[in-house]
Design a protein around this ligand. Structure first.
Ligand code: ATP
Length: 271
């Protein structure tokens, strides 16, 4: 995927700091100094809150190639177990590298809510756990998960991954930062906007929805042959119903599930 930098992420300060601190651990100097090489990171949480975006910043930051393993494709093959095993071995041959496993819950349940039943799934899961525990090659696993209630406890247990982060809906400070990132991306000077007001008006929006608001406003203004204004953005906000509004109960359940199992990717958790 295209390269992104940590500056492309609004908020998620704990996660960014974690990544920054490990920037040099894949260097020869660090390995020779006996420092532990990071094994992996699990990012779980709400949709559209920057899990994939965060993974895409690691290659430039750590100067490593990134490979994405698509579990949907793995399950589309005649022998998913063998395909999965081959993918892990292939990545080892390309080390040092980052292996991004998107929707890792697929590897555990095959995407079914109720999991279980299929012995191949159990074998894929245990292959992965053993590989994570024993791998010698410098392969860093960046795993992302949406339906986190499908992840078994032994998967999240400390030791498999160096850290487990929960990415919540952005708080007000983070929404301000996300607006700033996306206004700049559209070549608009954020200082012309009251980003505090925009952040307050988008309570419950995820990062992807904030991005869409800015994009829609920019398109509107461009079609009218003028630069985008705060009014354009306000109007698009009013016309948007964030996903979280219709998912209140699910969101509460996800948050309480993640509370004791993962570290918050955000520095402050005010809404
Ligand atoms: P899903 O689980 O649905 O794949 P995700 O958490 O992986 O969601 P991303 O794909 O990272 O979400 O986010 C979609 C887009 O929304 C990003 O490419 C980015 O443009 C924007 N976005 C999301 N979160 C942020 C953020 N914190 N800062 C800046 N942009 C963001």
């Amino acid at each position: 995927p295209p390269r992104f930098s940590l500056d492309d992420i609004g908020g998620l300060e704990n996660l960014k700091e974690w990544l920054r601190k490990r920037q040099t651990l894949f260097t020869r100097e660090a390995v020779e100094a006996g420092l532990p090489v990071p094994k992996g990171l699990l990012m779980m949480g709400m949709s559209g809150c920057g899990k994939s975006l965060s993974v895409k910043t690691i290659p430039a930051l750590w100067n490593l190639p990134l490979f994405r393993l698509d579990m949907n494709l793995v399950f589309g093959t005649a022998n998913p177990e063998a395909t999965f095993h081959r993918a892990l071995k292939t990545t080892e041959g390309l080390a040092p590298a980052i292996l991004w496993i998107d929707e890792i819950e697929m590897a555990i349940t095959g995407g079914r809510e109720a999991g279980g039943g299929d012995p191949a799934l159990g074998r894929i899961f245990s292959t992965f756990l053993t590989w994570m525990q024993e791998k010698e090659a410098l392969v860093f696993v960046a795993a992302t998960a949406n339906r986190i209630h499908l992840l078994p406890a032994e998967f999240i247990r400390k030791g498999r991954f160096d850290q487990v982060f929960f990415l919540d809906l952005p708080n007000e400070t983070e929404r301000k930062a996300i607006f700033t990132v996306h206004l700049k991306k559209r070549k608009v000077d954020p200082s012309r906007f009251d980003v505090v007001f925009l952040a307050k008006a988008t309570k419950g929006f995820n990062g992807a929805e904030i991005e869409s608001v800015v994009q829609a406003a920019a398109i509107e203004a461009f079609n009218e042959g003028r630069t985008v204004t705060e009014d354009d953005v306000s109007r698009t906000i009013t016309a948007t119903v964030p996903l979280s509004r219709t998912m209140d109960e699910q969101i509460k359940a996800i948050k309480s599930w993640a509370h004791n199992r993962a570290l918050s990717a955000s520095r402050e958790s005010a809404s």
